[in-house]
Design a protein around this ligand. Sequence first.
Ligand code: ADP
Length: 397
Amino acid sequence: MEKTLVFVLNCGSSSLKFSLIDSQSHDEVLSGLGDALGSDAPLIKYKYQGNKQTIDLPASATHQIAVDTIVTLLADLSLTDAVIAVGHRVVHGGELFTQSVVITDHVLSQLEQLSKLAPLHNPANIIGIKAASQAFPSLKQIAVFDTAFHQTMPEKAYIYALPRLLYKDHGIRRYGFHGTSHLYITQQAAAILDKPQDDINIISAHLGNGASVTAIKSGKSVDTSMGLTPLEGLVMGTRCGDLDPAISQYMIDQLDYTNEQVNDIFNKKSGLLGLSDISNDCRIVEERAEKGDALCKLAIDVFCYRLAKYIASYTVPLGRLDALVFTGGIGENSDMIRTKVIEQLTIFGFEVDAQANLSARFGKGGKITTTNSPIAMVIPTNEELVIALDAISLIEE
Ligand code: ADP
């Protein structure tokens, strides 16, 4: 096999997504998920040449064991020699990283410093980097940051109205996330609209379990809905998004919640799950809403209303809007959510083309508005490809 593959690793606290991307054909040669790491029944699921397989791991298996198992798997499939780099999704690059970098000892220590900004995410990313460095000692490891694309935001967009020292001395500001996805959407939208990337103004709505919307002017992020952490902004699967910040103090002082409980509720029990009282899975909430479940209907309404308000507000920094783009699991598949959002944007002249909207699902993108309307479209995202291409460009430097 030709030496064209990049091993892409996305480590979460108890899971690990991986794929092998062919940097020339852009195909995903293999993809998989290491799940329930550290638990009684950890496992690896993967898909190769259309076949789905599962590998059971020993109880309490760590990220290192999972990575070592994947490395053995690649060897068994005779793929190891074709791998030329390892690309890591790293959640928080703070203000230190405005683009992807080759990981050195110095970079690793910078990532460790940044862990305090993303205590749920960066430590897992670092474990993945160390495990992959051991497993592939001769390959370069590249870090691709969720925050990097948003480093072009102007200060008026990223600064909180808090005392200056909280930013200056402690780095408290808005950073934004999902940057690799928003960048990919920008590149694709430019190609589809046949415009240079530096002359494209879009609003990109990445709606997955986590969700964020970004205003992109002249190809650069100028505002985004997530903040210091991925908790701010839109209603998400289990995250509440924007709140009155006094709510946490109220819950602690008046309702006897602990700090940890409040954190857990805001991050893991809110959003679609909290509102619907049923599920964080948009498909389930939609199905129930269609059958008349009042809380599920409300959950969808709040999700769409919040998103529509954000989209409307992002016309402010843009001036001219070339397209509104939906992506992520919900954005790429839910014609219902897209319709409900666009129907609240009629003030801008948006009008859904029902048939086109129904067609743009399950991996198929396309324009979903009528000819008289401003353009809204669906573009399936591909964060792994951005990571792989960045890794290739950095090892070739
Ligand atoms: P992650 O942020 O974990 O990468 P994804 O981008 O895969 O998440 O998005 C997961 C979300 O997409 C889930 O809420 C899921 O219900 C939703 N989703 C997937 N397919 C559909 C569909 N056909 N209709 C509505 N929602 C969908």
